[in-house]
Design a protein. Structure first.
Lengths: 289, 402
């Protein structure tokens, strides 16, 4: 009997202590939140992810009281989160769409755009592929399903397997706009969830062709020289993107709400400063100036 | 003291009842939410919300099907003749092109001059087919005609064969390729995993020596804890090239690879639950059967398996549930191509992978969002039907055993 009373009272006292502890810690969190600077959330494009991660790391080294949280998911996800208020900065590899701007106006928000870098988009094929150069029209034919075999382009008798990103990706949208001239991709194109998966798949499949941001280019795949005018074929490199000869170049954006300047100005200025731009070059992108 | 104990017991009972009720109500609410969000789809127009198609009023064509709209905007149809109109080339005009024709300053501060400019363009081009947002479109008057917006019908959704949710102007929401892909991948995965899983369970519970069982069981339970993204990555890097080389295919990302990965993921669950239930057959029944002269194998399949039928069916249901609902692993190895698979070695797109890839970007409350929720409802119904079938089969077996 005594043991029973003892064990019950132990249980009850433990419960009381536990509840008071959680109450204490939650109030402590609140005071912490007001004294610590709040964290900055960046969400959106997988293409811009290496840049934001690098800049965030260096920035947090210099400003140890601030935290920056960086996630990917695709430009569409980033902008949609910005509109619903779950992120501070939306990183995007495509310009904000007209109806997204309309939606933000309907909600009473005003979105500001900052260009932080330029990115060249590389077209990649398997390392054994004989084809080295393609025109925009040929790329359009491949990705809309009109050209189906590599032998039509001077390669081996191999079926062409085009790889695309998912619809939430800014890279997907930009490629559609710039290379496909707003036509739709072939029905039933292979959609990979991330750039890394495209590189992996193109590496493994002999007839594959895909598009990735220049920063993700490595030895596992071969980049193709592209021509928009049918005459000059240009290799995708940072120099060619800078001097304007490589045709598939796009700006990379940070979008944020108009009122949030106070919180975000320091970080955005850091990204645009010479130090930040140098980091951007190190990762493999083109600087703003 | 007795009163205190009774009071405490009543308290615990009450807490358990309360938590059970709350859980059941929450599950019910989640299901209701799922169906509510999805049902709004059939009230939405087939053209993107806030947009409409405009032609010149001299144009005899009054109505366009969704497929025709897609073909026109893909430049597969370029003449009004093919749509039942005059023998003239279609002049396609997308709203963004107005920004290329006029400078921002010419369009007014809040874009108030856009409707006028659009009116001019439509009136000057009798063969125009313009895709414009309602907010900036010219008002309907002499010379300008709006094509009526049709709602998405049940046949469009449940019978449509193309899933292209972000095409403009008319997104296509046909779920047939997605349902076919899900069913194919899950069915083959179950076909591979069930016999293998039950076989290993029987081996572990009846035939393996103690030493082997002590090593294998924890290893298999460990496998059940590996996150699905790791399985997906393993599938992409290891299984896809193996399938590609073994079957001499142009591409390794197929429904078969997806089924293989799903089978590997469902196996630990099936094995653990089935083996546990088989081990719990009481010794008395085993010994009675052996005493009557049955061999070990006869004991296994005439006594032990019928006795643990409910446990085995639980294992089957859990395994099937894992196979059908698995998202990340399938997203990485099946290629996500929204086509109706004509063979086991075609790339497919499953429902969970579609929802995972697209829900983040679909604007809340929009047509795409509702279509994705309806897909979730379809998945829910499929899983429900399969669970019910398995329950029925196991009930039958129990009766047969008696």
């Amino acid at each position: 009997m005594k043991n029973v009373i003892l064990s019950y009272s132990k249980l009850v006292s433990l419960l009381i202590i536990g509840i008071s502890l959680t109450a204490c810690s939650s109030s402590a969190d609140e005071t912490d939140a007001t004294t610590k600077s709040s964290s900055i959330t960046i969400k959106g494009s997988d293409t811009t992810l290496p840049i934001s991660q690098k800049i965030a790391e260096e920035y947090m080294k210099d400003n140890s009281d601030e935290t920056i949280i960086v996630t990917g998911g695709g430009s569409g996800v980033g902008i949609s989160s910005l509109l619903s208020g779950t992120t501070d900065i939306a990183q995007s590899s495509r310009k904000i769409k007209f109806d997204e701007v309309e939606k933000s106006r309907d909600m009473g928000k005003s979105i500001k755009e900052v260009i932080i870098a330029y990115d060249a988009m590389a077209i990649v094929v398997h390392t054994n592929n004989k084809v080295n150069e393609l025109t925009r029209a040929q790329l359009e034919g491949i990705f809309t399903g009109k050209i189906q075999n590599w032998k039509e382009l001077g390669g081996d008798d191999l079926k062409i397997i085009p790889y695309s990103r998912e619809t939430s990706s800014g890279t997907y949208e930009f490629f559609k706009e710039s290379v496909l001239l707003d036509k739709n991709y072939v029905n039933g194109i292979m959609s990979m969830p991330a750039t890394g998966a495209i590189i992996q798949s193109v590496n493994q499949t002999e007839g594959a062709i895909g598009y990735v941001g220049l920063a993700y280019l490595n030895d596992e795949v071969k980049a193709i020289n592209v021509s928009y005018d049918g005459e000059n074929y240009v290799e995708p490199t940072v120099e060619n993107a800078k001097n304007g000869t490589y045709p598939i170049v796009r700006p990379l954006y940070f979008y944020h709400e108009e009122g949030a300047e106070e919180k975000l100005d320091k970080f955005i200025e850091y990204s645009l400063s010479p130090k930040g731009q140098q980091l951007i070059e190190e990762v493999g992108f083109v600087t703003v100036n | 003291m007795k009163h205190f104990k009774k009071f405490l017991e009543r308290l615990v009972e009450g807490a358990l009842t309360l938590s059970g009720t709350v859980t059941s109500i929450t599950i019910l609410l989640i299901v209701i939410f799922l169906f509510k969000e999805g049902a709004g789809l059939f009230n939405s127009s087939s053209i993107e919300k806030g947009y409409a198609l405009y032609t010149h009023s001299d144009n005899p064509v009054g109505d366009l099907e969704i497929i025709e709209i897609k073909d026109v905007f893909d430049s597969n149809i370029s003449n009004w003749k093919e749509l039942g109109g005059k023998d003239e080339e279609i002049f396609l005009f997308r709203f963004n092109e107005i920004f290329k024709l006029y400078k921002e300053s010419e369009l007014g501060d809040n874009y108030e001059l856009i409707p006028e400019k659009l009116e001019e363009i439509i009136l000057n081009n009798p063969n125009i087919l313009a895709y414009l947002p309602l907010r900036y479109a010219p008002s309907e008057k002499e010379g300008i005609k709006v094509l009526p917006n049709k709602n998405i019908t049940l046949t469009d959704f449940f019978g449509g064969k193309e899933w292209m949710p972000t095409t403009t102007p008319a997104p296509m929401f046909g779920v047939v390729p997605l349902v076919a892909g899900t069913l194919l991948v899950s069915f083959i995965a179950i076909l591979i995993a069930l016999p293998l899983g039950l076989g290993v369970a029987i081996y572990l519970s009846e035939l393996a020596s103690d030493k082997v069982r002590k090593i294998m069981k924890p290893t298999i339970e460990l496998l059940a804890g590996i996150p699905s993204v790791v399985y997906g990555f393993f599938g992409l890097v290891v299984l896809v090239p193996i399938v590609q080389n073994a079957f001499d295919l142009p591409v390794g990302e197929t429904a078969f690879t997806g089924s293989l990965v799903l089978a590997i993921m469902a196996l630990p669950t099936i094995i653990t639950v089935a083996e546990d239930s088989m081990r719990s057959t009481p010794r008395a029944m085993r010994e009675a059967s052996l005493a009557l002269g049955a061999t070990h194998w006869q004991t296994i399949y005439k006594v032990i398996i019928p006795y643990s039928a409910s446990g085995i069916s639980a294992a089957v249901v859990l395994g099937i549930g894992r196979a059908i609902g698995e998202t990340m692993a399938v997203l990485m190895v099946t290629g996500n191509a929204a086509l109706i698979p004509s063979s086991l070695f075609d790339p497919v797109r499953t429902i969970p992978a579609t929802i995972a890839a697209e829900l983040g970007e679909a604007p809340v409350g929009g047509t795409h969002y509702q279509a994705l929720f309806l897909l979730g409802c379809i998945l829910f119904v499929i899983t429900l039907i399969i669970s019910l079938i398995v329950e029925l089969i196991s009930k039958k077996q129990v009766n047969n055993g008696l």
